[in-house]
Design a protein around this ligand. Structure first.
Ligand code: IPE
Ligand code: IPE
Ligand code: MG
Length: 248
C-alpha cells in the first residue's frame, strides 16, 4: 500500500482475528482447521504490515474468556501457539521484527511461557515492525493489573492517591511502551470489542468486515487502511480546528 504525503499509514493496527470456526464449518471441517488456516493469514498480514511501514501490529489470539471453550479446542489452540512461536521466532528475528506478548501468561504451561520469553528476548532489539500478540488477554484484566500496581505503591507510602492520573494508569498497562492503536479491525462480522484493549481503544478508528479471518489478506487490509484514510480524527475538536491544524 502506498500512501501520498498527506496519508500516513496507521502506526498501530490492532486486529480481532475472528471467524476461524465458521470458516472451518463452511468446509465441513473441525474448528481447529480454521485456526490452522488463520495462522497462514497471520503470516501474510505480518509480512504486509512490515513492508507497508506499519509500526505496531497487535493481534488478539486468545481472550481471557476463551478458556470457556471446550477443553480440546483450548489445548489445540495452545499447541498451535507453541508451534507457531517455535517455527516463526527465527524468521521474525531475521526480518528485524520484534515480538511482544501481552496478557496473563502465568496461566500457560511452563514450556509455553519459556518459548514466549525466549522469542521476546531473541527479538527485543529489533527495530522494524513490532508484533504484539494478545494471549490470555482481557481489557478488564489489563486495567485491573495496572491499578493493583498503583495500589501497592500507595500501600508502601510511595504514591499519594491524589497523584493517580490517567497517565499513571496508562503507564501500568501491558501496552505502556506502545502508541495507542490508530486502526482497529475485526473480521468475522461481529461488531463488538469482546474485552479487547478497552482503555487503549478510546480514540481508535473502528473497521468491521464480514470476511472470516482465514479469508482475510493483504488486499483486504489495504481496503481497511484506505477506509482509515477517509476518517477525520477530531479527538474532540471541531472539523475546522483540524483543518487549521493541518494547514499550520
Ligand atoms: C477466532 O475465531 C479465534 C479465537 C478466538 C481463538 P473463532 O474461533 O472465534 O471463530 P468463530 O467466531 O467461531 O467463527
Ligand atoms: C474474540 O473472539 C477473541 C479472539 C479473537 C481471540 P471471540 O470469538 O472469542 O469473541 P466473542 O466471544 O464472539 O465475542
Ligand atoms: Mg469468534
Amino acid at each position: 500500500m502506498t500512501a501520498d504525503n498527506t496519508q500516513q499509514v496507521p502506526q498501530h493496527i490492532a486486529i480481532i482475528m475472528d471467524g476461524n470456526g465458521r470458516w472451518a464449518k463452511q468446509r465441513h471441517q473441525p474448528r481447529f482447521m480454521g485456526h490452522r488456516a488463520g495462522v497462514k493469514t497471520v503470516e501474510e498480514i505480518v509480512k504486509h504490515c512490515a513492508e507497508s511501514g506499519v509500526g505496531v501490529l497487535t493481534l488478539f489470539a486468545f481472550s481471557s474468556e476463551n478458556w470457556k471453550r471446550p477443553t480440546k479446542e483450548v489445548s489445540l489452540l495452545m499447541e498451535l501457539f507453541a508451534l507457531s512461536l517455535k517455527q516463526q521466532a527465527k524468521r521474525l528475528h531475521k526480518n528485524n521484527i520484534r515480538l511482544l506478548i501481552i496478557g496473563d501468561i502465568s496461566k500457560f504451561s511452563a514450556s509455553l511461557q519459556k518459548k514466549i520469553s525466549q522469542a521476546e528476548q531473541l527479538t527485543e532489539n529489533n527495530t522494524g515492525l513490532t508484533i504484539n500478540i494478545a494471549a490470555n488477554y482481557g481489557g478488564h484484566w489489563d486495567i485491573t493489573q495496572s491499578v493493583k500496581k498503583l495500589a501497592e505503591k500507595v500501600k508502601a507510602g510511595e504514591l499519594n492517591p491524589d497523584d493517580i492520573s490517567e497517565e499513571s494508569i496508562a503507564e501500568g498497562l501491558t501496552t505502556a511502551i506502545l502508541p495507542e492503536p490508530d486502526l482497529f479491525i475485526r473480521t468475522g462480522g461481529e461488531q463488538r470489542v469482546s474485552n479487547f484493549m478497552l482503555w487503549q481503544l478510546a480514540y481508535t478508528e473502528f473497521y468491521f468486515t464480514d470476511t472470516l479471518w482465514p479469508d482475510f489478506n493483504s488486499e483486504k487490509l489495504d481496503s481497511a487502511i484506505r477506509s482509515f484514510f477517509q476518517r477525520e480524527r477530531r479527538f474532540g475538536k471541531t472539523s475546522e480546528q483540524i483543518k487549521d491544524d493541518n494547514d499550520a
